[in-house]
Structures are given as C-alpha cells and as structure tokens.
Write a protein that binds this ligand. Sequence first.
Ligand code: FSX
Length: 359
Amino acid sequence: MKPDDTLAGEMQRRGVSRRAFLKYGSYIASLMALPPSAVEALAEGLAAARRQSVIWLSFQECTGCTESLTRSYSPTLENLIFDFISLDYHETLMAVSGEAAEEARRAAMAANKGKYIVVVDGSVPMKDGGVYATIGGKTNHQILEDTVKDAFAVVAVGTCAAFGGLPKANPNPTGAVAISTLVAGKPMINISGCPPIPEAMTGALAYILSFGKLPELDHLSRPKAFFGETIHDRCYRRPYYERGEFANAFDDAGARQGHCLFKVGCKGPVTYNSCATTKWNGGVSFPIQSGHGCLGCSEPEFWDQGGFYRPLSTPLGAMGPALAGAALAGAALGVGAALSARSHQKHYLASLDKEKEKE
Ligand code: FSX
C-alpha cells in the first residue's frame, strides 16, 4: 500500500465496496452510540483517513490483549483496518527482532514525529530502578518515555496498562504502575479489560482516525461509548435479579434455569464495560451468557477486590418489599441502574474496608 492511500481506496482494492466501507463506519458509530449527525461524519472521516503510524509497546502483561485483537472475528473489517494502520513496531506481531526491531521503532518515530499513536499494553515496573523488565538493555520506563515524547496520543490497552492489573496485584513485587502515572501532557485513553473487547480497541482507534481527537471519556479516561454503563445495566439476566431469582451454586436449579449470578459472585453491577451488548467472538456470547459471573476485569484493583466468587452485597431482590419497591420505582424512572450500581459499589467497598480493619 502506498503511504498516501486512503482507507476507502485500500479497501476498494481488496474488493470491499465504498458502500460496504461506509456501512462499516456506520456500524462503528452505532457501537459508540454517536448521534445521527456524527454517523456520516465518522464514516466519511474514516474513508478519507490516511495511513496512521502506530507503535505498540508491550511491557508487563500476558499478551492476552494482543491475542484478543488478533482473535477478533475473522475476516472482518476490524482486521483489515489494522492492515491499513501502519503497525510499525509490535514485538509479538513483527517479523524482525533484536536491533532491527528497535531500528524500526526509531525510524517510525523520526518519520512520523508528532503524528504517531503509541499503544501500550502491560504495566511498568518501577521498583529497583525498573530492572524487572528490560528490552535491549533499556527499562520499560526508559522505552516508554523515549517513545511517547513525540507521539500524537497514547492508548493504554488492557487493565495492566490502564490500572496496573495483574502485575500490580498485591504484593506487587515489581512496583508495577499504570501508564497514566508516567505520561504527562499527551492525549491519553484507557481501554481496560483483561483482555479488552477487540471492538473497543478498533472503535476507539477508528474514532481517533476519523476525527483527529479522542472520543468522550469517563472519569477513568475510558471511552464512554464502551464503558458508559455497567454490565448489569444491560444484562439479559437482569429481570431475574429484579424478581429476586438467583443461582446459589453453579450446579443448582437456579443456575440451570439461567437465573441471576449475583450470589455466586457476579461483579456486573459495579463493572463498566460493554460485554453484555458488544459481546465476544463476533457477538457470539459473553461470560454471563456462558454461565459464569462477571469478574470485573475492566475495573481498577479487580484482582485484589475480595474474590471472584464472593457476592457483592445484599441484592435488591432480597431487600424486602419496601426497599425493593423503591428501587424498582427508581428503575421505572430510568435511574435504577445507576443507583443500584452505586449502592452496590458503596456497600461492597465498605465491607472490604471492615475486613481489612479486622486483619
Ligand atoms: Fe494484562 Fe494484556 Fe490481562 Fe493479559 O497485554 S490486561 S494480563 S489479558 O495481556 O495486559
């Protein structure tokens, strides 16, 4: 592909019609719940976008984020969009290695000064001078600082990069930190999840390509389009929750009848992500649909928050008629989801604090 080709032009050469391409743009826009006025703008912006240099840095992580991206439902335009992006450095996916790989990173930075996007997965070890993860004799911290200084924007993918994730979990032996604690003065976005949903990664990148700016973000710098609601808000099992019908074990009658998984530890009420709507593997399923509660993997500290199978608190369905009635009245007014998420989070975190005090 010539460097000045547009994305629509490249897709046309691959047999994807402009109409199909614009449809893809509309699909991304609808995934991101953009207003109708922005749908055409995103599709046209994406069609006219030129090759974007992306430098992908991998630090302390399990490579699940890259696996997630490469295992996105294939063949789709999500895959092709990454053919359009010039992925100039990615240790796992690039053909070269060693000094040639480092040279490719330096060359991409020089050729695209101020324009390239740095995608980072994994956290950075800061303890003992950062000796726990080095590449070519440089610490992760040095590589990050060096690469980010001339970048246009930084995208932290995965909970490790966004919040520290597994490497930062207690007792955090390497002094792992999130990327946002080390990057200042650059537009930055977090796409959390362990791993993140592929469409959340491609959708956010498509938005940046189309509009040249970051999408609207929440208080944790995540795109609101994918992280604006809890799993519980959109869970198809929610009617069971509201009626107080729960699985009490993974092999009981409630579980077999598809009842709510709250009592077997589902963290859906306090987890902001789009698994319940976007789903995984091309929209086939998501953990709750497969019979397992949400682990809360897109939230900070999820590894340390009291156990995957521990219930959050008393579910609304077990609150008694008066309180449950008030909550349901709230739901009818459209405020129930937010209220229940907030009250669950409050009770859950308070109960953890009490346990810590006892220890
Ligand atoms: Fe972390 Fe990603 Fe979990 Fe793994 O790169 S978010 S451990 S899926 O691989 O960083």
